[in-house]
Write a protein that binds this ligand. Structure first.
Ligand code: PBG
Length: 341
């Protein structure tokens, strides 16, 4: 038998008979034997749009990322589509004064997210899969992903009612797919039923199946001007738990999820792999704001090679079983892939 264990024979004088390095000798050789390949269609671009902005506003903790104006968002959508990116996940940033306890801007047909969905859909049509964040944290004055009860706790079932209303308004504004990111129990089923009842059977659901409470969401809070008081530990998953993700997975699939996702990305590759091994629906990873910021900050200091680091992280998701990755580098990286292929 050849292979590991048979090497170092006496005849070869103690040198290896089997040499894995042979397949690493040239770029063409390495390219030929690569087990995974990245493609622009793997990528989905998350983007922020700010009400009333007449130009893009930089997000200081995410160098290169902005809160778009409607015009710059339309241009970014065209760029993403031209680069071959598959989808756009939109987050709205309403006027501070319009936020309230129940998140009224989220269900107002003229709320910024709905206005932006209509604008992007008019600009690029079906060239991108247009997705909307179905969550209350961007639109509530307390910054929680749900509505609060009299004791200030996030009220699961009252929140489901709000999500169902938001979902219909977002579908009517042109979203192809919704991403409920609030981790309320039963959210996929509640939204699916509301969409179907309103005639939106074709609008899909990207389930945030395993969404962990994470320090790496930090820069996102700046990106959406979040006013969060407290934390999200009573609804997002606790970092020690992996098996629990499989329970959430079973629920999301039973409730009608079309895609399932793990978030954050790099700290939860083990969860991603376990989910990818078990499902027949496409699997996504979300490389979140803090993951983006870490690489950008270290690269800015010259501490690592930016392009190589980005590529390596995106390959990690692919290797761990993701079909799709949401990343703030989507358009830029899709362009590199085109230039280098
Ligand atoms: C909640 C939501 C968050 C993110 C996406 N949707 C913030 C949170 O859960 O605290 C984070 C995305 C990122 O950090 O890039 N609507």
């Amino acid at each position: 038998m050849s292979g590991a264990g048979a090497e170092s024979s006496a005849e070869s004088g103690g040198f290896p008979d089997v040499r894995p390095r042979r397949l690493r000798t040239t770029p063409a050789m390495r390219r030929m034997v690569a087990e995974h390949r990245l493609h622009p269609a793997d990528l989905i671009l998350p983007a922020f749009v700010r009400e009333g902005a007449d130009r893009p506003v930089p997000v200081s903790s995410m160098p290169g990322v902005v809160q778009h104006s409607l015009d710059s968002l339309r241009a970014a959508a065209v760029d993403a589509a031209e680069a071959g990116v598959s989808g756009l996940m939109l987050f709205g940033v309403p006027d501070e004064a319009k936020k309230d306890a129940v998140g009224t801007p989220g269900t107002d047909p003229d709320g910024i997210l709905q206005v932006a969905l209509r604008a992007v859909r008019a600009e690029v049509g079906d060239a991108l899969v247009l997705m909307a964040d179905t969550c209350l944290d961007e639109v509530t004055d307390h910054g929680h992903c749900g509505v609060l009860d009299a004791d200030g706790r996030v009220d699961n079932d009252a929140t489901l009612v709000r999500y169902a209303e938001m979902a219909v308004v977002q579908a009517e504004a042109g979203a192809h797919m919704l991403g409920p990111s609030g981790m309320m129990d039963g959210q996929i089923r509640a939204i699916r039923r509301a969409l179907d009842a309103a005639g939106h059977q074709d609008v899909g659901l990207l389930a945030y199946t395993a969404k962990y409470t994470s320090a790496f969401y930090g820069p996102f809070r700046e990106a959406v001007n979040s006013s969060l008081r407290g934390d999200r530990r009573t609804y997002q998953q606790d970092p020690p738990n992996a098996r629990e993700a499989l329970r959430e997975l079973a629920l999301d699939l039973a409730e009608g999820a079309d895609l399932v996702m793990v978030k954050p990305g790099l700290p939860y590759l083990d969860v991603l792999r376990q989910i990818a091994d078990r499902v027949t629906v496409p699997v996504a990873a979300y490389q979140i704001s803090g993951e983006y910021a870490m690489v950008e900050a270290a690269a800015e200091r010259g501490w690592l090679d930016r392009e190589r680091a980005i590529e390596e992280t995106l390959m990690a998701f692919k290797r761990a079983g993701a079909d799709l990755t949401l990343t703030y580098w989507a358009t830029e990286f899709a362009r590199w892939l085109r230039a280098h292929s």
